[in-house]
Design a protein around this ligand. Structure first.
Ligand SMILES: Nc1ncnc2c1ncn2[C@@H]1O[C@H](COP(=O)(O)OP(=O)(O)O)[C@@H](O)[C@H]1O
Ligand SMILES: [Mg+2]
Length: 455
């Protein structure tokens, strides 16, 4: 007879069943039962004795003295997102769509750790040891690296037994969705499995001081597959983003208990693995030649650093009754809003025109600071007049047509000057800039901005 070590609990009403049911008999919810490992209840005492050494409160001053140990890879863009490196005993979750480069970046990190004498165990539940080794050879760090150990396995108990015996400083799990806890009946990747496996790894990390890096798959809507709870359990949630048809990748911290979430790391995917882009400001301007109607360069922020984005708009007579609007790399609703503002303020009749907005190079801009560039691109295409060369714009556009302040204007301007821009159309605010040769036009309204651009 099979021993029951797990139970199924309804996530809606808490009903407990011994086997999986499609519908909860209590609340009638479909697909709400999730498997959990059984917890054996201990007889509760009213008070525990206070002489328990492990559970003694300490003064905050004595705790504040203990230093956080971080393991740094030496990949600057990677370490920065983590706040300076992986904290010992922490649990880090890295999410991203398939093929984006999660295995590549963590294997690369593992190789760099190994080269510094930090022992790493890389466990893959998806690829054979040969496949992992092939990737390591491609990344160019496999030779004479005795500190990186690889293992193909999916049984979490067996993996933790190996990790316990080996005592690495870092354990990498590729991916959490392929791990399974044999105590549960459901298959790897189910909500229950993912949750139990993460809980076990969390306990392992905290009790041994070994840092654990988890790879997590994301679902179609971009969230990490599995329960939301997962993001609460781990110390750090990283997201690896990018468009697979381009080489540009961004690593972002969505949550970090040991550092800021405003940092981001920028990489480009090359044959030899991911290369860091230390100076990303001009990354998307490389293939640009000359001016064209409908193209405007906007200064956007990626984390704490400016990146110049080329925003293109195409406004063309609609062949059908219904005009089309499309936005790639920019918020669709904001495009509609800007079109409405332009109609109202400038009398442009977009009702008979299709309008397409595209951010070049697969970049995604989700900052209102790009509004002014999008609006300018639409006007430029509508009038079929290119902007003169060397103009950089940024600013949020409000519904009444006012141009609103955005963060870090000085940094956007200084990076623009370094890239050779000579005229800046920016929101009206006090700027603390060193004396620069560039022409800086501070505007209060969209009318002023458009006038300043087209002269
Ligand atoms: N032999 C190769 N040469 C160059 N690039 C490769 C090679 N193999 C894989 N890649 C690149 O690496 C990417 C896969 O990265 P990977 O780390 O496996 O992604 P993930 O783990 O996020 O699914 C592929 O999209 C491809 O661009
Ligand atoms: Mg992978």
């Amino acid at each position: 007879m099979a021993r029951t070590k797990s139970r199924f609990v309804c996530q809606e009403c808490g009903y407990v069943a011994s086997s999986w049911l499609g519908r909860c008999p209590e609340c009638g919810g479909w697909n709400t039962l999730v498997e959990e490992a059984e917890v054996t209840a201990k007889a509760s005492k009213s008070y525990l004795p206070a002489n328990n050494e492990k559970l003694r409160p300490r003064t905050i001053a004595s705790v504040a003295q203990t230093k956080v140990e971080r393991l740094a890879t030496g990949i600057r863009e990677f370490d920065r997102v983590l706040g300076g490196g992986v904290v010992q005993g922490s649990l880090v979750l890295l999410g991203g769509t398939p093929g984006i480069g999660k295995s590549t970046i963590l294997l690369d990190a593992g190789l760099r750790f190994g080269q510094q004498g930090i022992k790493v165990l890389y466990v893959s539940g998806e690829e054979s040891e040969e496949q992992t080794a092939m990737r390591a050879v491609r990344l160019g760090g496999a030779q004479a690296n005795d500190n990186l150990l690889i293992l193909t396995a999916t049984d979490l108990d067996a993996i933790l037994a190996q990790a316990n015996a080996l005592k690495p400083q870092l354990l990498i799990i590729d991916s959490i969705q392929t791990m399974y806890n044999p105590e549960l009946q459901t298959a790897a990747g189910s909500v229950g499995q993912v949750r139990e496996c993460t809980a076990k790894l969390l306990q392992f990390a905290k009790s041994t001081g070994i840092a654990v890096l988890l790879i997590g798959h994301v679902t179609k809507d971009g969230t990490i597959a599995g329960p939301r709870l997962l993001e609460h359990m781990v110390d750090v949630v990283l997201q690896f983003e990018g468009d697979r048809s381009y080489s540009f990748r961004v690593l972002r911290a969505l949550k970090n208990r040991f550092g800021s979430t405003s940092e981001s790391g920028i990489f480009s995917m090359e044959a030899g693995g991911l290369q860091e882009v230390a100076n990303p400001a001009g990354l998307f301007l490389e293939d640009r030649d000359g001016e064209a109607a409908g193209s405007v360069i906007g200064a956007c922020m990626e984390g704490n650093r400016p990146i110049m984005a080329e925003i293109q708009a195409l406004v063309a007579k609609t062949p059908y009754g219904m005009p089309r609007r499309t936005a790639v790399g920019f918020d669709y609703n904001r495009v509609n809003m800007l079109l409405a503002i332009l109609e109202k303020r400038f009398g442009l009749d977009f009702g008979i025109y299709d309008a397409y907005v595209n951010v070049v190079g697969g970049m995604k801009v989700n900052e209102p600071a790009a509004d002014l560039a999008v609006a300018a691109a639409l006007v430029s295409s509508y009038r079929n007049r290119p902007l003169p060369k060397g103009i950089l714009v940024f600013g949020e556009v409000g519904l009444t047509g006012e141009v609103r302040r955005v963060s870090a204007p000085e940094r956007r301007i200084m990076d623009g000057i370094n890239l050779g821009f000579s005229k800046f159309i920016v929101p009206d605010s006090k700027l603390q800039l060193p004396s620069v040769k560039a022409q800086i036009v501070r505007v209060k309204t969209l009318e002023q901005a458009i006038a300043a651009m087209f002269g």
